[in-house]
Ligand binder design. Sequence first.
Ligand SMILES: Nc1ncnc2c1ncn2[C@@H]1O[C@H](COP(=O)(O)OP(=O)(O)OP(=O)(O)O)[C@@H](O)[C@H]1O
Ligand SMILES: [Mg+2]
Length: 328
Amino acid sequence: MKKILLVTGPAGDAQGWGDIKVTKSIQKAINDSGKSARIAFVNNMDEFLSAIEKNSFDIAWSALYHISGKADAVGMGETHEKWVADIFDEKGIPCIGPDSKTMKQLINKTCTHRILKDKGVLVPYHYQLGTADNLPDLVYPAFVKPSFESRSVGISDDSVVHSKEDLKKRIAFIESNFDQPALVEEYLPGSEYTVLMLGNGKHQVFLPGKVMVDPSLFGKYPILRSDLRGVGATKIKRVSTKEEDLIELCRQAMEALNCLDHVRTDMRMDANGKLKIIEVNGIPGLKPGKSWSPQIFSMYYPAPKGPMKAYQNLINHIVSSALARYNL
Ligand SMILES: Nc1ncnc2c1ncn2[C@@H]1O[C@H](COP(=O)(O)OP(=O)(O)OP(=O)(O)O)[C@@H](O)[C@H]1O
Ligand SMILES: [Mg+2]
């Protein structure tokens, strides 16, 4: 029986697929599909190293980019410390998800944008700016967000800025609240989409969805503010148009960034109706019924036995395609 080690810790919700309850749902889904999963909840690097030493397993799957005690922020971790995927790569441990190089590129949204732009994949204009930087001349409105966060942390209607003065204030807000530079990019006023990529090679699938929010919940702008996340305010719907474009843009990004197993790409339309990528998630949320990956998967592959069976099938798809990649 194949053994999977699920690695998580205090930052599992901020960085990865969700809190310990979500990790237990993943464990149950794996165990129910004839494999065996064990959870390693690690508070620091020593605990992580000892967990991968002590446990016997065929493949590891981490909710964490880097080991951190921070339950509400992602950040870039301690500068000297290795990331989880660095250790997997160094020790030759098979793992689910992209390798360490890609994980680092994905957590830094400016870096993701640069790579995609270099390879001709459509992204908004973008600048990484701190309070010490000279401000470039921009086309307004612009959108200002933290460079390395998720779950819409730091995003409100004030993220949309219309002047150099507002821009300066918002960069200072990001720097003082999140201790990181701001990512300043073109404001994309159109519809929002997310495309789930599962599996690799000939087993790879792309499942696009449109992000729906009751318009009465929006304030000045139709954006996913932090208070709209994690409260059941977003529902994913099947797309009626642009399906091919969404799949093609996601495919280009997955190739450019060497994404594997389970990665989700968020996109929006610009003022001219052109799709652009806003970010690529290397460890997408997996909260049953709530996170976008389970919502999309059960929309395309509903299970007659109910949503938890569809969830089990999603987890099994991710795990099996990773095992196949290692010929396990
Ligand atoms: N350039 C933009 N123009 C308009 N809205 C944007 C832009 N960038 C981000 N947003 C809005 O802010 C939300 C959060 O942004 P983004 O997806 O980049 O960050 P996130 O917090 O990391 O998301 P996730 O939780 O998916 O990891 C988006 O869902 C979108 O509604
Ligand atoms: Mg997002």
